[in-house]
Design a protein around this ligand. Structure first.
Ligand code: SF4
Ligand code: SF4
Length: 466
């Protein structure tokens, strides 16, 4: 059993239930060129071209040429919507694809594991694989120290692993076998909930006899499913190479590609949050119009977030379709008016980490969040709540003060690099300080500063040798 620290479970209304719906083919798909994980800047198609499912529309040159695949047949429009590859005249014909992966000779020349990794990349499954520490796409032709597969997702309101696996356990275990075939002797860690659930019992039955799968049981507390935290606690060192990490949907994608050589163009996302009409899971393709999702599933006056409520990013009107790598859309009601004399209310309907509202007498209940901050940002009151919940073992309020003083050396010594950007410190802070965003910006500034210093050193060395 891993000994994990910090963490916090917030009860919030709007979690998706076990229902899985399928979105019908829309009239138009809008595939964003830039998503949170990828920048498909190399366009591989032309305006007016007819494509079929699996054709490569664009590639991300900074991420091992991860492709943006055409989800179905249609005609490409590169002119009408800035920042998107638009597909019109859609039809759900059989997948085609630009690469012939049934070519046995090709496989023989490349070596079987390399060939399969190429296949995962070109048929859309590699976008599900991330390095546990950096969250970046690992080199598809590398060998990791280990693989961590999680069957749980603890951030509200993302896709639940059990919903995906309920009907696909066989495909999941076959996907694990495929993953194992890409490795030499490295272990696969399978993350399961510590509590006994129907699906965890079934998974254990299915993997009985798989000596190369080690199970890791974690308490159902956010963010104990975080891959960086898990890799650290399993004893893997960042300097020793990548640790591949993927969720249940990634294993199913690996299976779909390596079992049937078909492009992986469908995904399941959650459409949830307190601003959703009926929180649910939805099977669709990248590029599905967000306006359509909003019309069918969101309440009036709700903002849309790409991802969960703690680490997601606000979707602006510039993004017209579901981005590649999207795990869920969270709708949060927009507060239309100020709460009158909110500060004198006893708060029977509110929760806080401090338990200071009257709601603490009510027992467990799911709160209905809105996008209101409920109060004003004020200085740190040294309550230590952020330190309590931080799963990385760092001291967020100390980092906050060092950032305020612009003391970069001390910020680094305080191990800002260990921050996994889970957002819990910001969530529990009674002073409403945007701690996580401060740390993201500080980490970025440190990386830039280091890169600039390295460049300067290089120049000086070059000048000396001349
Ligand atoms: S965002 Fe970083 S500092 Fe804040 S709780 Fe999470 S790991 Fe700790
Ligand atoms: S939770 Fe906020 S107010 Fe409390 S110590 Fe941390 S930064 Fe300061």
């Amino acid at each position: 059993m891993l000994k994990l620290r910090g963490g916090y479970n917030m009860k919030i209304e709007g979690r998706p239930g076990g229902f899985l719906d399928k979105a019908s083919l829309p009239e138009t798909l809008y595939l964003p060129i830039v998503s949170r994980s990828f920048n498909f800047s190399q366009i591989c198609t032309s305006h007016g071209q007819c494509v079929v499912a699996g054709d490569i529309l664009a590639k991300d040159p900074d991420n091992y040429d991860i492709p943006l695949l055409s989800p179905c047949s249609g005609q490409v429009d590169l002119e009408s919507t800035t920042g998107h590859v638009v597909l019109r005249e859609l039809s759900g014909e059989e997948a085609g694809g630009q690469v012939n992966y049934d070519d046995a000779e090709h496989a023989h020349k490349m070596g079987s594991a390399d060939f399969e990794q190429h296949k995962l990349l070109n048929l859309g499954a590699w976008e599900y694989v991330k390095d546990a520490y950096t969250g970046q796409t690992p080199d598809p032709l590398s060998t990791p120290q280990a693989v961590i597969v999680s069957t749980i997702r603890l951030e509200p309101f993302l896709v639940r692993g059990d919903v995906l696996l309920e009907a696909c356990l066989q495909q999941f275990t076959r996907g694990l076998e495929h993953l194992q075939s890409l490795l030499e002797y490295q272990p696969i860690y399978l993350v399961l909930p510590k509590i006994k659930t129907d699906i965890s019992v079934k998974i254990k039955e299915h993997i009985r006899g798989y000596a190369w799968v080690k199970t890791v049981e974690v308490p159902m507390k956010y963010p104990y499913d975080n891959f960086a935290i898990l890799a650290r606690h399993l004893g893997f060192k960042r300097a020793d190479g990548s640790v591949w990490s993927l969720n249940a949907d990634g294993v199913l994608a690996v299976d779909a590609v390596l079992t049937s050589s078909k492009p992986c163009v469908e995904k399941v996302i959650s459409v949830a949050g307190p601003g959703a009409k009926h929180p649910l899971h939805l099977r669709l393709t990248a590029g599905y119009p967000i306006a359509e999702i909003r019309k069918r599933y969101a309440q009036k006056h709700a903002v849309a977030v790409d991802g969960g409520v703690l680490t997601g990013q606000l979707l602006t009107d510039d993004t017209k379709g579901i981005p590649a790598g999207c795990k869920g859309i969270t709708f949060v009601p927009e507060r239309q008016s100020r709460e009158f004399l909110a500060f004198v209310r006893p708060g029977f309907d509110r929760q806080s980490y401090s338990g200071c509202f009257m709601s603490s007498l009510r027992g467990l209940f799911a709160e209905r969040l809105t996008n209101s901050v409920r109060g004003e940002v004020r200085p740190c009151v040294s309550c230590n709540f952020c330190e309590d919940v931080c799963p990385a073992g760092i001291i967020p309020h100390r980092l906050h003060k060092l950032i305020y003083q612009d003391d970069i050396d001390e910020i680094e010594r305080s191990r800002i690099d260990l921050c996994i950007e889970c957002g819990l410190c910001s969530f529990v802070c009674p002073s409403k300080i945007e701690l996580m965003h401060e740390f993201q910006e500080a980490k970025e500034a440190i990386t830039k500063e280091k890169a600039a210093a390295a460049k300067k050193r290089e120049k000086e060395q070059a000048a000396e040798t001349e």
